[in-house]
Design a protein around this ligand. Sequence first.
Ligand code: NAD
Length: 252
Amino acid sequence: GISFAGKVVLVTGAASGIGRAVALAFGRAGASVVVADIAIDGGHSTAAMIVENGGKALFVAANVTRAQEVAALVEKTVHHYGRLDCAVNSAGLSEEGTILAELDEEVYDRIMDVNVKGVWLSMKYQLRQMTSQGSGAIVNLSSALGLVGAPAQGVYAASKHALAGLTKSAALEHAKEGIRINALCPGAVRTPMLARAIGREPAMEKKLRAAHPMGRFAEPAEIANAVLWLCSEQASFVTGHELSVDGGFTAI
Ligand code: NAD
């Protein structure tokens, strides 16, 4: 695998699912990993798993929708490990299952707050640090539903489409500084988020599987592989890109 020895990596949403898989992969690759999440137990567990594997990790509780907490998260990262080389923004919500004409305003606000504002605030403070260093790489977790519409997941789809605008604009703003910013667009991934969605509507599982030409869901580690590649020197000329890792979902 790619080595991240000596690199400092911050992962939001790292208490669960894709964020956890990304944090563990960076830990195995030799990075110092800051695990950030609102979920305290899960966050501590991820950090403990990295340390048990012989890696370096620190858990920091942070809500990505609160500017002060995100600012403090980046400050703690730099205070503890001296710099910030890579940031992966995986904190996100999907909790709809309702068509737009029936959706409650509160649900709209909650999803947009975490999935869009949370990523903007995260990038804001990550980029300030990376600009001061003159280097860095950021990967934002979008979705295949950031590329196509999704009945009964319209606000989630809108939030992920918004990440394309944030990612490409930030990539242009920082291209000259050697800071690369990309979005990753996974198909359905076997995580607690997917399990909750299937729990809400069990009939969805078969349909969703069939929507992936490869006939299965992704494992979190398959998404982590692509995240690490995007953060690595192997991807040194890749910026402002939306990379699909979706078993053919958007090729149909
Ligand atoms: P998950 O629910 O397993 O993990 C998400 C984590 O984000 C949780 O630990 C949660 O506590 C954290 N989080 C939520 N709100 C937060 C906040 N305000 N501040 C800090 N942390 C917060 O979900 P996952 O499946 O691992 O999804 C990770 C990312 O990947 C999300 O952005 C999601 O939209 C995206 N994604 C997931 C799938 C999938 O099928 N699972 C597919 C495409 C994209």
